[in-house]
Write a protein that binds this ligand. Structure first.
Ligand SMILES: [Ca+2]
Ligand SMILES: [Ca+2]
Ligand SMILES: [Ca+2]
Ligand SMILES: [Ca+2]
Length: 445
């Protein structure tokens, strides 16, 4: 493959990553993580309170082994549901929820008329047209009612690898990521998914009766691998960031609030095999930025900073490894959140090859670029981090990390050790003549 240029087009500012010296391990999160068993090869994890007891629960999409994707495997394609349990931490619900073939991505969102959050999973290899399964939360003894959703593939053209006889290795549409959110303003949550096998983005509007309906596809060449939603151009309408695995590009799609998306621009990710895209304001300038991670030898996370003109010309690369020609970490997933409560967004990465979770704490004070990050590492003695999510698992007011681990088939919960900041001292009584400070100058102090 042609080596991609590391310089972005148009007066690009490519910033060297000023990774501050590594902090002592275990500063923010407790290790070893407490492990809870799940099904074979958890490929995705999502956390939310499912049963309304005020405790965060955990769901993993367990995809089993993919020796030959054309062979349907035994019944190990499932979701593991771990319900919070005051005695044990988490108890795995039995039986697990059976999905289509190769559950790949999972989100928890309320998609039916009942008030409890439901589970929506994308099945990557499904051969019986169960491309998406929505498990409706009936809030009755842990019962979830499965609704299978088929994505019409007649008009989709297969675009990925074939075997020696020209037979596709994967099925259509080959969903690798999903987002569930109301993007057309009718109050029903809609679904967007990357159809990796056929270079398309799938959109289905929320429907009262069938959950999702009226599938449409947008052409998206380059093997779309992951997507996230957010207002990227500040017009109040939901937009989309897409990462392309084969062409190693980011696409910025503008939405019109009616369910239509148009690709405004795309640009190289500065690495190879980008797998994950996130949207967050990394430098606190009020503009949402795009964060991409690669599972190739760069071992890199790249932040693309937003600008009012929508050029995305300024980016910052953070390499977790020592040599960008050697695969040291194999970043498989990232989560962006404020872990230490300083109101600056931090990044945690699931590193499959090195068997560790890397945490990048934003140590900058202002919006100036590049931003500075302190790098912490959390090695796992057993298991390979494959996916992760941030959630307050113990109602401590802080985000813990929940890590899906291959090999040991478990999730590891890394408790956040950040001390709750001391409450601000009560203000001194003011003299009658003292003017009220206006709220803006107070905020900017
Ligand atoms: Ca909708
Ligand atoms: Ca917008
Ligand atoms: Ca920003
Ligand atoms: Ca922070």
């Amino acid at each position: 493959m042609m080596r991609r240029t590391l310089i972005l087009l148009f007066a690009a500012v490519t910033l060297a990553a000023p990774l501050a010296a590594a902090a002592p391990a275990g500063k923010i999160f407790a290790m070893p993580a407490k492990l809870f068993p799940v099904g074979p090869n958890p490929n995705a994890v999502a956390c939310r309170d499912l049963n309304d007891d005020g405790q965060v629960d955990i769901v993993t999409a367990d995809r089993g082994l993919l020796a030959d994707p054309r062979e349907e495997r035994p019944a190990n394609d499932e979701l593991s549901v771990l319900l919070a349990d005051p005695k044990t931490g988490y108890t795995r619900q039995t039986p697990s929820l059976k999905t289509g073939f190769g559950p790949y991505a999972v989100v928890i969102a309320n998609v039916d008329g009942l008030k409890w959050p439901d589970i929506v999973v994308a099945n990557f290899h499904d051969v019986r047209h169960r491309d998406v399964t929505a498990f409706l939360n009936l809030h009755t003894e842990g019962i979830f009612k499965p609704v299978e959703v088929r994505i019409p593939e007649e008009k989709l053209v297969y675009a990925r690898q074939k075997d020696g006889e020209g037979i596709p290795l994967f099925t259509k549409p080959g969903l690798t990521s999903i987002a569930v959110q109301d993007v057309n303003g009718d109050g029903l949550r809609d679904l967007l998914a990357t159809a990796w096998s056929c270079d398309a983005i799938v959109f289905m509007e929320g429907n009262k009766d069938t959950i999702f309906a009226n599938p449409r596809t947008f052409t998206a060449p380059g093997a779309p691998r992951d997507l996230r939603l957010g207002d990227l151009n500040g017009d109040g309408k939901t937009d989309m960031a897409v990462v392309y695995y084969a062409s190693a590009e980011v696409g910025v799609w503008y939405g019109d609030d009616k369910g239509n998306f148009t690709e405004h621009t795309r640009f190289p990710t500065r690495g190879n095999l980008p797998t994950t895209v996130r949207i967050a304001d990394m430098n606190n300038d009020g503009l949402p930025d795009i964060i991409v991670s690669h599972c190739h030898s760069e071992d890199s996370i790249v932040i693309f900073y937003n600008d009012p003109a929508g050029t995305w010309a300024c980016s910052q690369e953070i390499c977790l490894g020592k040599d960008r020609r050697v695969l040291e970490h194999e970043i498989r997933d990232i989560v962006v959140d404020d872990f230490n409560g300083d109101k600056r967004q931090d990044i945690a990465a699931a590193c499959y090859a090195s068997g560790e979770v890397a945490v990048l704490l934003n140590a900058s004070r202002g919006p100036e670029l590049p931003q500075t990050f302190v790098h912490e590492t959390y090695p796992f003695a057993k298991g390979k981090p494959r996916a992760l999510d941030a959630a307050d698992t113990g109602n401590s007011g802080k985000k813990d990390l929940v890590v899906a681990l291959w090999d040991v088939n478990a999730v590891g919960v890394m408790k956040n050790l950040t001390k709750t900041p001391e409450p601000e001292p009560a203000p001194k009584p003011k003299k009658a003549s003292e003017p009220e400070p206006d709220s803006k100058s107070k905020k900017n102090r």
